[in-house]
Every structure is written in C-alpha cells, then in structure tokens.
Design a protein around this ligand. Structure first.
Ligand SMILES: [Zn+2]
Length: 129
C-alpha cells in the first residue's frame, strides 16, 4: 500500500516537471522571435552625435541599460513600447506608436538630434564652441 502511494506521488511530480519544462521552452522561442522582429537601423552620418544623445536618452529613465524607454520621436515625453522598438548603435530604442517608429526609421539621426538641443549632452560640439 505504501509503495503504491509513493509511485503515484512520483508520477505527479514527474508530470509537473515535464510540463513546466515544456512551458519554459515555449517562452524561449517567443523571446527569440520577438528579438528577431526588431528592425535594425544603420546610421550613415553624425554617428558620434547620435551616440552621445542616445547615451543621454538611455539615462533619462533612471537606468543606463542600453534601452531608451522614452519615445525619441515625441522628444522623450511619451513612454516607449517594446512592441515599437528598433535597434540603433547597440541601443534598443522604444517608440510609442507605429507612426513614431516609422518617423524614427525615416530619419534616425534627425529625430535623435532634435532632442539634443534641449538636452545637456556633453560632447565635442560643446568643447569646440
Ligand atoms: Zn512617440
């Protein structure tokens, strides 16, 4: 009688670990798919200025984690969404909407540097003046 109980407990335990392992596997696949859908933007000019501004924008949310969580197209006034993110210069830039993502993709340097004018960015530009 005792050994039968032991076997059934073992079976339940075994079923549980199998199920959670399966769920974890599904989650990993989802994450990979999500990362793959984030468009990569390659800058062609003003790269150093954009990098400096991205570094500033990264810190605006209180943590320098290479994720800009405020919408650059909205001059950091709106919260960005991972769903509308793009990758640029090693940063994940989270825009707030489809149209903001499009606007940023069309002119990443222009949009990023538009916030530099009202941001205290310390770069070569300030030194030269
Ligand atoms: Zn926006």
């Amino acid at each position: 009688m005792k050994s039968l109980l032991y076997v059934s407990v073992l079976l339940i335990f075994g079923a549980c670990t199998h199920e959670s392992g399966h769920a974890r596997g599904e989650l990993e696949v989802q994450e990979i798919e999500e990362t793959a859908t984030i468009p990569q933007i390659v800058l062609v000019d003003r790269i150093e200025e954009v990098q400096a501004t991205l570094a500033y924008a990264d810190g605006v949310d209180g943590s320098e984690d290479k994720v800009v969580s405020k919408c650059l197209s909205c001059q950091l006034h709106m919260n960005g969404d991972h769903h509308y993110a793009v990758h640029v210069e090693g940063y994940e830039v989270q825009l707030c909407s489809d149209s903001c993502q499009k606007a940023f993709s069309d002119d990443p340097a222009g949009i990023t540097l538009a916030i530099a004018s009202n941001a205290p960015v310390e770069n070569e530009e300030t030194v030269v003046q």
